[in-house]
Ligand binder design. Sequence first.
Ligand code: UD1
Ligand code: CA
Length: 448
Amino acid sequence: MTERSLLVVVLAAGEGTRMASRLPKVLHQIANRSMLHHVLETTRQAGATRVAVVVGPGRDDVAAEALRVRPDAQVFVQEERLGTAHAVLAARAALEAPVDDVLVLYADTPLLRPETLAQLRAPLADGAGVAVLGFRPADPTGYGRLLTEGAELVAIREEKDATAEERAITFSNAGVMALRGDKALSLLSAIGNANAKGEYYLTDAVEVARAAGLRAVAAEADEDEVAGVNSRLQLAEAESILQKRLRRAAMAGGATLIAPKTVFFSADTKLGRDVIVEPNVVFGPGVTVADDVVIHAFCHLEGAHLESGVSIGPYARLRPGTRLGAGVRIGNFVETKAAQLDAGAKVNHLSYVGDAHVGAGANIGAGTITCNYDGFAKHRTEIGAGAFIGTNSSLVAPVTIGAGAYIGSGSVITDDVPADALALGRGRQMVKAGWAAALRLARGVAKG
Ligand code: UD1
Ligand code: CA
């Protein structure tokens, strides 16, 4: 099965008018990844040897996303919208090159699993000409109905062309089709447009195949997996189905989610074993977490890498470019950005560490701020291993604090501090004995 070559044709020409958006529908995201990206990732996992993406006229943005995700994809433009078979034939040049199996997918159906595609393709290896993915929606209105006789698929009838009897069938066309590679082009080319919509229906490939003496069969998928996205509401529903899957996968991989429904993942989030995630945590794109990490409640992470034994939060915000070495501790109301913290460093309370490198075991006191921006450019802060930054310090970058140095609390540090030195950058304290009592006496008020 896996040795069979596979061409996937992805129809990505959906205009998405019901999304009420400037963005083309297939570029809307679920789990921080475009729907088109999801479909292309699924086809990669399904072993696609080649991918053709059919886009609408002028959709350079969709083409660019396809090529970003899969640089070897062939992009085709369907100039006129004349039906799903016509759309597939826009990729004629891709279909002309020899291939064992062809799969047609819609880019607005992002929840398909590679296992299901493998199951759909299987009958092609046994000589079937066409295989169609069916499902049984609670309400089949609008879907093509699958007319079957035993294991054979006889035809797909579009709702507008169906008799009352055919409309009563609930087994519906999910829109995913597998075709034998050596027959695909001839089958698709034989499809006409004599139907209620005057369109070239991909679904007619079933009857065309049977007329040519080829078998057509149907596989069945869960409704959740074939859910198409045509509106913001359906986008949110797809998000929720995907989040459920991602939470399950995280737990299956050895992470404890104390309140799974309150944790939101990105499609690319990676968690190690024995990671504990407390309630209300959001993983933005590009987060990898090693083993034995604790993420306390209400943390937001994005573009961050956490080594083993790290603990963050509650209420920590890790922004892109954050790298936390083994055993690093990030406490409440701490924000990091483009910051490398080496093993054992601690930033426990109310700090901003940006464009910075913090050496191993350094301790950053409460309220420390790296002043990385002067209104024009960003500058770096270097803090050496084992340094101690007293609370409420401002480190005005570019600045370097040497290893083992001490910074007195409340300092504003504008010059480099050598290793093992003490730096104080604050007004010297003045004490005037009896001053307050004298003031009260002058004003004629008693203490308290
Ligand atoms: C199609 C199927 C129907 C199935 C349903 C599942 C056909 C004829 N019908 O119906 O059996 O139950 O999907 O959702 O295939 N597209 C193009 N170019 C075109 C026409 C369509 O690229 O000229 C793309 C659309 O953007 C969309 C997909 O093909 O992604 C399906 O087209 P749509 O018009 O929505 O088909 P349905 O009527 O929903
Ligand atoms: Ca549709």
